[in-house]
Every structure is written in C-alpha cells, then in structure tokens.
Design a protein around this ligand. Structure first.
Ligand code: URA
Length: 217
C-alpha cells in the first residue's frame, strides 16, 4: 500500500489487530500493534505485550511502561515523541518468553513499521529486541548504551525497563544510558541541520549560476 503514511500506518495496525497467523491470536485479548506518530524520529522496540497491554491494546502501559515514560522524561523526551512497539504483537500466555516460531511469524510487521517510520534511532529494549534486530551480537550486558549503526539505521540496545523495576543497579545503568541516548539524538539533530544548511547553500549557488547564465544571453 502506498500513499499517505498516516493511512498506511493505520492500515498496518488494523492488519496486526486482525492477525490470526500464530496460536497467540487464540489466547490474546487484544493485539498490540504499536503507538506513536508516523513522523517519530525515535522508535522503541520491546519484547511483547504484558497483561495490561493485552487488556488495553496499547504498548508499555503497565509498570515497565511507567518507568520507560519516567526515563524518557528525565532526558527531556515525551513518550508521545516516540513510536513504541514490540517484537511480538500478542501476549505470550503468562508472559513467557517469545518462541522462535512466534518471532518469525510476527517479524514482517516490525519490519514494515521500521520501513514506514524510518526513525533516526531505534531503542532496543531488552535481549529479545536485540536478538530480533541485531542477530549474532553479544549479550545486552556488553551492548547496552552503545550506538550500533547498520546500513542507514542506528540502534541503541538498552536493558528492558521491567528488569530495572526491582534492581537499583540496573536502574542506574538505564538512567545513564538514557543520557547517552539524549546525546546521540542531539548529534543526529545537529547533523540533520548541517545537511539541510548544506543543501540550502547548494541550491542558492545553483540559482545564482542559472541567473548568471541567463544574463549572458
Ligand atoms: N514489556 C514489553 O516488552 N512490552 C510491553 O509493551 C510491555 C511490557
């Protein structure tokens, strides 16, 4: 489907909500497609909906989500600035780990979300998001807070907020990593401004050259 990106995203969300490809469709209350503006420069990818997410159809609305919101706000970001979604769109019963077949069945939805939103930075919340989007890399304890560039995408693996809920040391690490994320975003913003300024200057030069050509005749 091509056209208005907001309509394309809505269509994608509707397809996710109606998906019955894997057995999780039989145990879910609601699928949880994702939430946020199609213009978001930052995307956050978690593992799978939990109980509250399953009940509401919205990602990260339980206690891990509240911590995520606080962490974002601590570095001057609003939750509504981000597009937030998960590797799996349906809750695994009892919040068990996603199974490989479920991840495979759901994979094209996340790929479509990334292709549509084209964020500057993708925050990978926890090991399942890292394994899905950066397969073959070391564990999250080695990667957290690092900026990893693959093609035209930039990823930052972070500990999952749920892991930091009852672990003060992990929470401190997550807070520090969020400050690093803020720095990466500021750099991306500065690079975009420079590129726009360079493009503007090139256009002005081209216009001036074209005028000069005209005055020759
Ligand atoms: N944990 C996740 O990984 N995703 C959610 O949406 C909620 C909790």
């Amino acid at each position: 489907m091509s056209g208005d990106p907001a309509a394309v995203l809505l269509d994608l969300h509707q397809r996710i909500s109606g998906c019955t490809v894997c057995p999780l469709a039989r145990t879910r209350t609601h699928a949880v497609p994702g939430e946020g503006p199609h213009t978001a420069r930052i995307m956050a990818v978690g593992e799978a909906p939990g109980e509250r997410e399953d009940l509401t159809g919205r990602p990260f609305v339980g206690s891990a989500g509240q911590l995520l919101t606080r962490l974002l706000e601590s570095v001057g970001l609003q939750r509504s600035d981000l597009y937030i979604c998960n590797v799996l769109k349906c809750r695994p019963p009892g919040n068990r780990d996603p199974e490989p077949a479920e991840v495979d069945a759901c994979a094209h939805f996340l790929d479509e979300q990334i292709a549509l939103i084209r964020p500057d930075v993708i925050l990978l919340l926890g090991r399942h998001a890292v394994a899905r989007l950066l397969p073959g890399l070391p564990g999250i304890s080695r990667l957290h807070g690092k900026r990893i560039v693959r093609g035209d995408r930039t990823y930052v693996p972070l500990y999952h907020p749920a892991a930091a809920l009852y672990n003060a040391a992990l929470l401190r690490t997550l807070e520090e990593d969020m400050r690093l994320v803020r720095g990466y975003l500021d750099e991306a913003e500065a690079e975009r401004a420079l590129a726009a300024a360079a493009a503007g200057a090139a256009e002005r030069e081209a216009v001036a050259a074209a005028r000069e050509q005209l005055t020759l005749f």
